[in-house]
Ligand binder design. Structure first.
Ligand code: SF4
Length: 347
């Protein structure tokens, strides 16, 4: 029963950090119309918001600095969202209604395949073979109760993804354990008091807002999807609090459908460090997804998220990447190891 359910629910997706990467890749543009988004910091939460925040169904890029191991700090309570990012991610409506997410009409970004990508990927697979990263045991595909109906498993995976935004895997996993202990179904989320749900989620980042999203999503799933979750990226993104990254990972983890690469903060950062997104790089995760999908064989898409998330958690970290021990240190364009000058010996 369990193995059958495991197969049905999916096999390779993951979450980790969930926001775009390098601090050097700023997300604002003076040339584009800026949309001001009021940001609601959660003073009770130790987790700091990252380059994306949630705003009624969209993941909002934020100006921030990374402080190590994926932790981040924002630079203020009010953030600026590029109009293009808003379009790509969904509605810019800051009201409480679910976002009407519309996909970008522009041509997807295309880049040439990096010359040494097979070797780089092979090295990453070797480094990831120990499967000791947090995502390997506490990623979103590990959080569903495999003894329950697959439909409920898919809902639990979706909830796990909704909680994972700007939250460490360990914190999301613990919250999911509390939710499952109480009972985590569409109906139970409809029944639970918002305050009680928030208390169960705390210390997940933005737990109050996420508790609102989960209850709204549960209502939509009951009314429109017979208590199941949507089976397309577009429909998943119509749920409050669900952006493209979550939708692609959810298609993989919950439906075992290979429709796109889930690009979170680690995937975005590492892809840019490796120049897998082109020489100029990308400044938002949707463009990173497009760039990667333009040259990477489709059969590799499903494993890319969990591979790079774990690599980013352990070695190619946001701050202080362990280039000295990285197998790619001599072929990575961003390696700090090969640029170190030898120490001068004292006479
Ligand atoms: S050499 Fe450094 S920057 Fe390049 S992939 Fe390895 S850890 Fe990341």
């Amino acid at each position: 029963m369990a193995s059958r359910n495991r197969k049905r629910i999916g096999n390779t997706a993951a979450v980790g950090g969930d926001v775009p990467g390098d601090v050097s890749k700023k997300t604002t543009s003076r040339s584009r119309q800026a949309i001001k988004i009021e940001f609601e910091p959660d003073v009770n939460n130790e987790e700091k918001p990252d380059l994306m925040s949630l705003k009624d169904g969209i993941e909002v890029p934020m100006i921030k600095s990374e402080t190590g191991d994926g932790d981040t700090q924002t630079e203020g309570p009010t953030q600026v969202l590029k109009s293009e990012d808003a379009t790509a991610s969904g509605s810019t409506d800051a009201a409480t209604t679910p976002a009407k997410n519309k996909r970008s009409k522009r041509e997807p970004l295309k880049v040439e395949p990096p010359s040494n990508w097979q070797k780089v990927l092979e090295n990453i697979k070797i480094m990831r073979s120990t499967k000791t990263a947090a995502v390997d045991t506490m990623g979103c595909e590990r959080t569903a109760d495999l003894t329950v109906d697959p439909k409920i498993q898919r809902f639990q995976t979706l909830v796990s993804l909704m909680l994972s935004s700007q939250t460490k895997d360990q914190v999301t996993y613990a919250a999911m354990e509390r939710l499952k202990a109480r009972g985590l179904t569409v109906q139970s989320m409809l029944d639970v008091d918002e305050k009680e749900l928030g208390d169960l989620l705390n210390p997940v980042s933005f737990y109050k807002r996420k508790s609102i999203y989960i209850k709204k999503a549960a209502k939509m799933l009951r009314d429109s999807y017979a208590d199941d979750i949507p089976a397309t990226v577009e429909d998943l993104m119509s749920l409050p609090g669900v952006g493209p990254k979550m939708a692609y990972i959810c298609m993989n983890a919950a439906w075992n459908e290979n429709v796109g690469i889930g690009v979170d903060t680690h995937v975005h950062r590492i892809a840019n460090r490796l120049k897998w997104t082109g020489v100029k790089g990308t400044n938002d995760p949707e463009k990173t997804r497009e760039a990667l999908e333009s040259w990477m064989p489709k059969e590799l898409w499903q494993e890319t998220n969990i591979l790079l998330v774990g690599f980013g958690q352990e070695i190619c970290r946001p701050v202080g990447p362990k280039c000295d021990t990285c197998l790619n240190k001599d072929i990575c364009p961003s390696s700090t190891a090969k640029t170190k000058k030898p120490k001068k010996l004292k006479a």
